[in-house]
Design a binder for this molecule. Structure first.
Ligand code: NAD
Ligand code: ZN
Length: 363
């Protein structure tokens, strides 16, 4: 059983996201209808391959020729070196324009495999099978693919839409708690910018063991729906898509100052959302960061103490490539569910929001 979300990017770019438990049958039926099933490339995160190899073998058993390529786990795989390795392997084995590439893993695998699919032969069919909560609710949706450069994250890449996304939440059975909590931050972001009922559902879910069950299907589906809605309005990121960056201007600065890998993206975004919420409140908007309080201890438990250097955080915000004329663009909240863009010139207010937020994490 799966729930389907239709994504319409443009007239000739439409695809479906299937979300549910045990999607093997729908995946097989989809491939039968869509591809000749002579050959498939499976680009898979090494941990996922180790933990789910039987399941994966069954998924692609109808293809005559299956080529499995493991992607070493971790952010460092989103590199030109790894893109080159994989592209070499694929071209040496041989690929046609109609040969599908299946990406199974978290955001790292999805971003890298997506970029390989976008570039090899100028584009081959791509199917995403996200296996982390973050990838299910965020990175597999929206068509952004890419790799990192020594000068910054995600600086090389392209917009490339998949043929389909299959989010089978049973993959989450093996996901570590830290990764669940990382993914939750993006769900809380959707709660803040679109549907505050998700706050209540998440509060309920964190008081139960973190295992994939029907309630999570609903949460993943609602999150995916919100991202799809926003992306459909703005596929190439000219306007409203920026709302998806709620908490991210602060969060990216924290990631940069802490050192990538020291803090996960979701942890940084969680901190960033409290700061953005506080900033909104200071401007008089009726949004209290108490909304995030029920989740605070979860994040604190798994995070090392944060920097207290608000000056350095401010510098990191200013050095962001998107900053023009010293004006820092923030996504703030008019009220819950109503984000807007704010051009911040008064940097002392940013520092105040940082101090307020860091205090919560360091006491
Ligand atoms: P990840 O892909 O590194 O996965 C996190 C960890 O979980 C890894 O160690 C991986 O091996 C492991 N893992 C994956 N699935 C598992 C499973 N089912 N069971 C057990 N372990 C599993 O990280 P992520 O958080 O999924 O993604 C982060 C990446 O996504 C970043 O590079 C970020 O830039 C990117 N991202 C992209 C977009 C986009 O729009 N394209 C959006 C958000 C984030
Ligand atoms: Zn994010």
């Amino acid at each position: 059983m799966s729930n389907i979300i239709d994504v319409h990017i443009s007239l000739d770019q439409q695809y479906q996201i299937a979300i549910g438990e045990q999607l093997a049958q729908s995946f097989k039926a989809y491939c039968e209808a869509r591809y000749n099933r002579n050959k498939i490339f499976v680009l898979i995160d090494e941990n996922v391959n180790r933990l789910h190899n039987n399941k994966v073998a069954k998924l692609v058993s109808d293809f005559k020729d299956v080529h499995l390529i493991e992607i070493p786990e971790g952010e460092s795989s989103k590199s030109a070196r790894e893109w080159n390795n994989i592209t070499n392997k694929i071209l040496e084995i041989g690929i046609e324009r109609s040969t599908p590439l299946l990406a199974i893993g978290g955001g790292v695998t999805g971003d890298l495999a997506g970029f390989v699919a976008a570039t090899v032969l100028r584009g081959v069919p791509l199917i995403h099978m996200p296996t982390t909560l973050l990838a299910m609710v965020d990175s597999s949706i929206g068509g952004k693919t890419g790799i990192n450069h020594t000068t910054g994250k995600n600086l090389i890449g392209s917009f490339y839409q998949p043929d389909a996304v299959f989010s089978d939440i049973t993959f989450l059975e093996t996901l570590e708690q830290k990764e669940w909590i990382t993914g939750m931050a993006e769900i809380l972001k959707y709660a803040a910018i679109r549907n505050s009922e998700l706050f209540e559902v998440m509060e309920e879910l964190i008081h139960q063991p973190l295992t994939p069950k029907q309630r999570w299907v609903e949460v993943v589906e609602e999150s995916a729906r919100i991202k799809v809605d926003i992306v459909q309005e703005d596929a190439l990121e000219a306007g409203n898509r920026a709302y998806l960056n709620f908490g991210h201007t602060f969060g990216h600065a924290l990631e940069k100052v802490s050192g990538y890998g020291e803090i996960t993206h979701g942890e940084a975004v969680f901190v960033g959302m409290i700061a953005a919420c506080h900033f909104s409140q200071e401007l008089g908007h009726p949004v209290s960061d108490a909304r995030f309080a029920p989740f605070l201890s979860l994040y604190k438990k798994q995070m090392s103490p944060l920097t207290t250097d608000t000056e350095e955080l401010l510098e990191a915000m200013k050095s962001d490539k998107k900053v023009k004329d010293n004006t820092i663009r923030l996504v703030l909240l008019n009220e819950w569910g109503s984000p807007y863009l704010y051009s911040c010139e008064d940097h002392s207010m940013l520092q105040k929001s940082w101090s307020y937020t860091l205090d919560k994490f360091n006491t």
